[in-house]
Structure formats: C-alpha cells, structure tokens
Design a protein. Structure first.
Length: 394
C-alpha cells in the first residue's frame, strides 16, 4: 500500500540552515550592493526580454471569456490534453489525462510528489551533484535524504553505489536528466541498469521503489544530442516537468506531474497526488498559465544561441586557466576553482560584480556553478575578471 503522507515540517539542518537557503540570502545581499554592470551567472534567470509569442499568449489569455475564467482551477481537461499529446511525442507512450497534474513548475510538482510518497522513516535517494533544493524538500516531506555521488569523472550514475544505498526504507529515487548542474544526460544503458536494480530491490523489500524523473531540462540539449525519458525504462516512474526552462520564464510557473501508465497501484497513486495538490497550498498552476498552455507549449528559447554562449564560455574559461567540462545539456558550467574554498572564491568574484553559485551548494565543493543564460555582454565582461582572480590565486 502507499505510504501515509507525513506532516510537513520546517527544515532546519546544517547548523540551523540549509546551504541553499544560506546562499540565496547571500545572493540577495549581492544584488542589493551590485554595480550597474554586474554579471549574474548564479541562477538560470533570463537576461533578455521574453519571447514575443509568450507575451502574446498571456495577453490573449488575460481577457476572460466566461465568469469562470479566473475561478478555482484544478487539472483542467484542456491542459491535460495538451500535455498528453506532448508526452506521446517525448516518450512514444499513452498517458491517461487523469494521470496528469498541473503544478506551479517543477518545484511544486516535486513537493506534491514527495508529500504523496514519503512518510515517517522513509528514505529518498538523490544523485549528487544535484539541484540544491532536493535535500530540503525531502526533509520537509518528513523523509530522510540519502545522497549518492555520481561517478566523479564522467558524472554517470554509479549503479553500485545506488545499490548500496537502497534499504528497506527506500521509497523513491530522484533522477535528474539532463542533470543540473553537470549537464550529463543519462544513457539508455544506464537507465536499463537502474531499472533492473529498482525492480530487484522492489521485489526484495515487498513494495515499489518509485523513480521520480526530474526532466526540467529535457529540451535544453546541445550538439544534436538525444534525450530519452527515464520513465520509458521503469514502470513505477513519475515524470516531473516545467515549461519555465524552455521558455526561460521561471517567474510564470507552470509544470506537471505525469504518472506512468504501467505503474503499480495507479488508481491509488492518482487519488493521493490529487489530494496532495490541495494540501500543499493548492499546488495547481494558475488559471492564466493553463489558459495559455496550448499557445506556449511549442515555444522555445534560442537553443542555438544558448549553445554558442556555452561554447564561448567554456573556451574562455579554459583560456583563463580553469578546468571545466562541456555539458551535454541544461544551463550550467562547473569550472574548478583555483582555491579549495569555493564559497570564498565566489565571494571574491562577487565583490567585482560577478555572481556565481558556489559548487558546495550543489554537491561540487571546489567548483562554481555558472549559468550560460547570461547575456553575451555579461560573459565578455566576466571572463577578464575570472582570469585576474585565477592569476591572483596562482
């Protein structure tokens, strides 16, 4: 049977505050003191005006067509139909509209999912390097966060390490591909191996271990690479998606949860997810975004330009003496810092108006996470500062 949902609780860890919360407070402080020509490389924020098609869609959707236009919205049939068609294109599989749930981006989708799955004593595995809110969200759901490191050279899944981490208490594993921050896309071979492990472990412990597939960056793929949804390889999968990355509109939130049609106890899970949406503060995407979805779901940022910025930034950082790999997808580079204390090095850059996320916040101590959503001008201004700070440390 499905685990009972644990009451939400305030998260306090790491001597009182999670690293992610500590950084975001520091980031706000940087912005408050920022020079006019600062370079924001810390978060995947837009640095240019939004897509015209996105603005047009919202402008049309804001005019009400009936008295219920802005009434309470749940998982509206017209929104589910749009997503069902998109999922068929992405996965080649048929998802029942009743198993699709509209949420406030991927963050809302993850919180609803974890609150649905996790009870007291349950464990959730996440792969590191990682998105910086996974640990806190697992803790907030009442569970125990279990960190498993990816292969440090390739950033591939370490199947043996995952196997060692699975216990009788394991309820789920979060897989993020393309990965934030490394950009690694997990191959079908890796997913087949993970699927076999999860199937065997589920049989061993007598209850399904769910795979939560965080696909926030599945359209942000470079060099003609390919993405295949991890949900195609494992029946007990839950797809998490947000349109905010593709559209580069993180402040207008719409995403979804999709339950794999092959899932065990599908009807029960459907009911729990629906209830959890209500109890998580009406975690349903807004009326305006749902009305706009049909028009915006096919829009995308300029991926070619984004890849050009990735290439320019990778080459520029290497020319400055930094060691960094070339990501296959997502928004970020992860250069190694010239000093061991990445937090201190990020602070040094910040005093010069270049804002980066310290790698220790995302499980990569001794590195930075640098966003390629920065403008071309920001990249060109930042590179000489990276070079000067590297020389000072050397």
């Amino acid at each position: 049977m499905l685990a009972a949902n644990a009451p939400a609780r305030l998260v306090r860890a790491h001597n009182g505050i999670l690293p992610s919360a500590r950084f975001l407070a520091q980031y706000d402080s940087w912005l408050a003191q920022a020079p006019e020509d600062y370079c924001d490389l810390a978060l995947g924020n837009p640095q240019s005006m939004p897509l015209a098609g996105f603005v047009d869609a919202l402008t049309k959707a804001v005019t009400p067509k009936d008295k219920n236009w802005f009434a309470y919205k749940k998982n509206e049939p017209y929104s589910r139909d749009v997503i069902q068609a998109d999922l068929r294109n992405v996965t080649g599989r048929h998802f029942d509209p009743e198993d699709i749930f509209l949420t406030n981006g991927a963050t809302g989708a993850l919180m609803v999912t974890l609150n649905s799955l996790v009870g007291a004593g349950d464990e959730v595995i996440y792969i590191s390097p990682h998105w910086f809110f996974y640990e806190g969200m697992i803790l907030n759901s009442g569970g125990t966060a279990v960190c498993v490191k990816a292969n440090p050279e390739s950033f591939n899944l370490d199947i043996d390490a995952i196997e060692r981490a699975i216990t009788m208490q394991t309820r789920a594993i979060i897989v993020n591909s393309p990965n934030n921050p490394t950009g690694r896309i997990y191959t079908p071979e890796q997913m087949k191996a993970l699927s076999a492990l999860l199937q065997a472990s589920s049989r061993k412990f007598g209850r399904p271990i769910h795979l939560i597939s965080d696909e926030a960056y599945r359209t942000i793929i470079y060099d003609g690479g390919e993405f295949e949804s991890p949900s195609n390889f494992y029946a007990n999968s839950i797809v998490i998606y947000t349109y905010g990355k593709t559209l580069l509109t993180p402040g207008q939130r719409i995403g979804y949860i999709a339950l794999s049609p092959e899932m065990d106890e599908l009807a029960a899970m459907r009911e729990v997810i629906s209830t959890s949406q209500m109890l998580c503060g009406w975690a349903v995407s807004s009326a305006l975004m749902q009305h706009s979805l049909g028009a915006i779901q096919s829009l995308s940022l300029d991926l070619h330009h984004l890849q050009e910025k990735r290439d320019r930034f990778v080459a520029g950082l290497r020319d400055c003496g930094y060691k960094t790999h070339t990501p296959e997808g997502a928004f970020y580079l992860t250069p190694k810092t010239p000093m061991a204390d990445d937090v201190a090095f990020a602070e040094r850059l910040a005093t010069r108006g270049v804002f980066c996320l310290p790698g220790s916040v995302v499980g990569m101590p001794g590195h930075l996470r640098v966003s390629v959503t920065a403008s071309d001008e920001m990249i060109e201004r930042a590179l000489p500062i990276f070079a000067e700070e590297n020389n000072r440390c050397c």
